[in-house]
Design a protein around this ligand. Structure first.
Ligand SMILES: [Zn+2]
Length: 279
C-alpha cells in the first residue's frame, strides 16, 4: 500500500519518527509521499527520503516540494526560482501541497492565489504532478488550474467536496485522494456517497497523518509507546500504519476487496509519483 500524504515534519511526529516508519512497513505500507508545506521543509524531507534509501525497515519515501495555502503569505517573488531548484532533486515527485483554503483563511485569499498560480507554473515547466489542497474554494481551484496552461497531471488530495466538484475534477482528469474523513460518521456522510463514483484509475488513499485519525481505528490501537503519557498525548494522532482502516472502509463502500483496492490505488500512485513498488 502507498500512503500519498504524510506530514512527517509535523511536531506530533517529533521523537518517534523511526518507529512510525517501522510500524508503517509492518502494516504493509511500501511507499509514502511525504508532504512539504513550506520551502524550508523541502530540504528536511529530502534528507529524510535519502535516509529511507538506507533504512531497510522503512517504506520507500518520496517528497513533494511546495507551499501550503496556510503558509501562502510567506511566498516571495524569488520563490518560483527556489522551488524550481528544489524540484530538481531526484526524490521530489510532485509540486505542492498547494492550493486554496478559504475555510480557515490562515493566509489572505489574495496571497493564496498568488502562491498557487506561481506553483502551477512551476509544475507545468517541470512536468511534475501538482499536489493540490482545496478546501471551500467553491470551484476556484479548478479555475486557476485552467489558466494559462494545465499542469501535466493533478492530484486533489483529501477530497471533501461536493458531487459537482468531484465531477468537474474527474472531467479534468484529476486524481482524487481519499483520507480517513470517510470514516467520520457525521462529517464523512457526503463523501461516502461520492467515493464509490471515482473510477479505479483515478483513486488514491492517504492518511494525511498526523491529522484525520480514522474513527474506525480503535483508540487503544497499540501503535505508540505503551505508556499512559504517550496514550494521552497521541490518542488522536494519525499515522501511516492506520491506512488500512481507510482502505477497509473504502473497500466496503465500493464493494471491492481490500486487496484489489490497495493494489489499484498503489498502481496509480506508482504511475504518478514514480514509486518503485506498487504492492
Ligand atoms: Zn491538505
Amino acid at each position: 500500500m502507498i500512503d500519498i500524504c504524510v506530514n512527517l515534519q509535523n511536531s506530533q511526529f517529533g521523537n518517534d519518527r523511526s518507529e512510525i516508519l517501522e510500524r508503517a512497513a509492518q502494516a504493509g505500507i511500501t511507499g509514502i509521499l511525504v508532504c512539504s508545506t513550506d520551502l524550508d521543509m523541502v530540504s528536511a524531507n529530502q534528507t529524510l527520503c535519502e535516509r529511507a534509501q538506507e533504512e531497510t525497515s522503512w517504506p520507500q519515501l518520496l517528497t513533494t516540494a511546495g507551499v501550503h495555502p496556510h503558509d501562502a503569505q510567506t511566498w516571495k517573488e524569488t520563490d518560483s526560482e527556489r522551488l524550481r531548484k528544489l524540484s530538481k532533486h531526484s526524490l521530489v515527485s510532485a509540486i505542492g501541497e498547494c492550493g486554496l483554503d478559504f475555510n480557515r483563511n490562515f493566509s489572505e485569499p489574495k496571497a493564496q492565489r498568488r502562491a498557487f498560480q506561481a506553483q502551477i507554473e512551476v509544475a507545468s515547466e517541470t512536468t511534475l504532478p501538482l499536489f493540490v489542497h482545496d478546501r471551500d474554494s467553491q470551484g476556484e481551484v479548478l479555475h486557476w488550474l485552467s489558466q494559462p496552461i494545465w499542469p501535466p497531471s493533478i492530484i486533489v488530495h483529501c477530497f471533501t467536496g461536493s458531487a459537482e466538484e468531484l465531477d468537474n475534477y474527474l472531467n479534468a482528469d484529476c486524481y482524487i485522494g481519499i483520507t480517513g474523513w470517510l470514516c467520520d460518521e457525521v462529517r464523512g456522510r457526503a463523501l461516502r456517497e461520492l467515493a464509490r463514483l471515482i473510477p479505479d484509475n483515478r483513486l488514491m488513499i492517504e492518511t494525511d497523518g498526523p491529522f484525520l485519525r480514522p474513527h474506525n481505528a480503535p483508540e487503544n490501537a497499540r501503535l505508540f509507546p505503551d505508556t499512559l503519557a504517550a496514550l494521552k498525548k497521541y490518542r488522536r494522532r494519525n499515522e501511516p500504519a492506520l491506512l488500512p482502516f481507510v482502505l477497509n472502509q473504502l473497500a466496503q463502500l465500493r464493494e471491492q476487496s481490500p486487496q484489489e483496492l490497495a493494489q489499484l490505488c498503489s498502481a496509480n500512485a506508482q504511475r504518478l509519483f514514480g514509486f518503485d513498488r506498487s504492492d
